[in-house]
Design a protein around this ligand. Structure first.
Ligand SMILES: [Zn+2]
Length: 169
């Protein structure tokens, strides 16, 4: 895999095409990539196969306890300190299970505890929006989080991707 020209890390993933021009570059083995740590998107030549990238970000399977409050609900009303579970995580969003009915467009303030990062405080996402809802699982995009939160999520992803890349045995 190529390295990210922005941060120099090799934690990149093939990204979805944006333009017909990008598709044409396939014949030259030039593909779009997305850095998993800094979100930079770039084109690079790559000798390996093109993977069908449905999404630009690797989603880590996790099981993190979360709590959330609504900032704006499309149905009106309010949610205060409700409980949920983060089941996967990228630098740009997550999926959260909760018994509360959420709707696309609902805005949340979300806090979760990375239980595999011992002794670290919860990560706070000041503003997140529900993009999809499938019964009890909700696709959530992070709109704003403070710098500390972003650093924490990058650390979690970097730790996990490193352990995947380590050769087995
Ligand atoms: Zn990068």
């Amino acid at each position: 895999m190529p390295s990210c020209p922005e941060c120099g890390m090799k934690m990149v993933r093939q990204a979805s095409y944006r333009t017909a021009w990008e598709r044409l570059l396939r014949v030259l083995c030039i593909y779009p990539f997305r850095c998993q740590l800094c979100a930079h998107r770039f084109l690079a030549s790559f000798a390996g196969p093109r993977v069908d990238a449905q999404r630009d970000y690797e989603r880590l399977l996790v099981w993190y306890p979360a709590s959330f409050s609504s900032t704006v609900l499309t149905t009106g009303g309010q949610i205060q300190n409700a409980e949920g579970t983060i089941v996967n995580l990228s630098i740009r969003g997550c999926q959260m299970k909760t018994d509360l009915p959420l709707q696309p467009g609902d805005m949340l303030c979300l806090t979760f505890t990375p239980t595999d990062q011992a002794g670290t405080p919860p990560v706070v996402i000041e503003q997140a929006v529900v993009r999809s809802s499938n019964g009890t699982t909700n696709g959530i995009e992070f709109i704003s989080l403070d710098e500390a939160g972003e650093v924490r999520i990058r650390q979690i992803i970097s730790d996990r991707l490193h352990s995947w890349m380590r050769p087995a045995g």
